[in-house]
Ligand binder design. Structure first.
Ligand code: ADP
Ligand code: MG
Length: 372
């Protein structure tokens, strides 16, 4: 397999109209009365690493299978360069797939597994030898070509699956929770490798996961699904920093939710009241009732009253030590339990259950979210 350069730098194509390589238009898939996918539209730019993220049952696999051609949509279209491929058979689409279960042929060697997609395209083993070798080198399995899948670890098997999905230079690589069967450390290693591979090959990736950290660390763009619908999409930073809804703030990372009544509005900020206390928040409040999402790492802990715009006294009800961080559960009168994450090396309070401390945060630490 020849390794292609990672596409043209965006600066070189500044004036080019943005025609997405692939697109989904109003995709709906019904199973009886249940919509597994409900009117989903999205663009998949050439060379993107796009991730479908959502809880179990939110429609991720159904969307991927519709792109692959294994599921016929109830309505809507799959487009490739603006032409419909909705009814094109899967084997005519030239897409690679990697699933959670490795799905290798158990009686075939590693080499023959990787040869398989070329074989069905009429390429003999001797013709394919160079490409098979390159694909195996790409996933660092060159030395294991003669082994059977049962003689490989889970991570190695998934690397073979990846080589097999890439050996025929697919126009699109579809990955459905490819790392979820692996242990945490191996998963982290393969995340680096996958991202590296994506960058080197320039192939368009559509990646499905329910793991929010995986989505944040790997993707150019994340599409968050909820009950078959797109809840919000965007780049990882925007989604994490500007979740539009309570659902997104809760699913992508962790959040404390502060629900209060608007007390007064100023230019670019407002005050809100919870349990007799008043707090200052940046942004605009459109309703009288507001909900703020406040990330645990955007709060700080203090021994004495801090000079942050917002401060509350509380008591450490529980804490966990994670090496790099402490997670504190702090009980306060107005806000109830608040979770705070503090880097261990600069934690000024004594981590002890019952310790009376202060928590503080700035007006722009929290974001206003829709209460859904
Ligand atoms: P995810 O991959 O996000 O876990 P799926 O796409 O597998 O979600 O499923 C979405 C919804 O569609 C779920 O409620 C699931 O139970 C339902 N579903 C999926 N496939 C079928 C099927 N073949 N028959 C009936 N219901 C299905
Ligand atoms: Mg699934």
């Amino acid at each position: 397999m020849s390794v292609q350069p990672a596409g043209i730098e965006s600066g070189d194509t500044a004036a080019a109209p943005a025609v997405p390589a692939f697109a989904i238009r109003n995709l709906t898939k019904m199973y009886g009365p249940v919509a597994a996918v409900d009117d989903v539209s999205l663009d998949i730019p050439q060379g993107a690493f796009l991730t479908l993220l959502g809880p179990s049952g939110s429609g991720k696999t159904t969307i991927l299978m519709a792109i692959a051609g294994f599921i016929a949509p109830t309505s809507g279209e799959i487009l490739r360069e603006q032409k419909s491929i909705t009814t094109l058979p899967p084997d005519k689409r030239n897409f690679g797939m990697v699933f959670q279960g490795y799905a290798l042929f158990p009686h075939m060697t590693v080499e023959d597994n990787v040869w398989f997609p070329l074989r069905v395209r009429g390429v003999s083993k001797s013709q394919a030898a160079g490409r098979i070798g390159e694909a195996l080198e790409m996933v660092q399995l060159g030395a294991l070509a003669a082994r059977l899948p049962t003689e490989l670890s889970g991570g190695q098997q998934q690397r073979v699956a990846l080589a097999r999905a890439l050996v025929f230079q697919p126009d699109l690589l579809l990955l459905d929770e490819p790392l979820s069967a692996l242990d945490k450390k191996l998963r982290a290693d393969l995340q680096w490798e996958l991202k590296d591979l994506h960058r080197k090959l320039g192939t368009t990736f559509v990646y499905v996961t329910h793991d929010q950290e995986e989505a944040l660390s790997m993707s150019d763009e994340i599409v968050i699904l909820r009950d078959g619908r797109i809840e919000q999409s965007g780049d990882p930073l925007t989604l994490y920093e500007r979740p539009a809804t309570r659902f997104v703030a809760d699913f992508l990372g962790k959040s404390n939710f502060l629900a209060g009544e608007v007390a007064d509005r100023e230019d670019g900020r407002f005050r809100y009241r919870i349990g007799g206390e008043t707090f200052l928040q940046a942004g605009a409040a459109s309703d009288a009732h507001v909900v703020m999402a406040l990330r645990p790492e955007k709060l700080m802990v203090f021994n004495t009253r801090p000079d942050t715009a917002n401060a509350m006294q509380g008591e450490i009800e529980q804490f966990n030590y994670y090496g790099a961080n402490y997670h504190f559960k702090v009980t306060t009168s107005a806000l109830g339990d608040v979770i705070v994450t503090v880097p261990a090396w600069r934690c000024e309070v004594e981590p002890r259950i019952g310790n009376r401390i202060w928590i503080g945060w700035e007006p722009d630490a929290a974001v206003v979210v829709a209460d859904t």
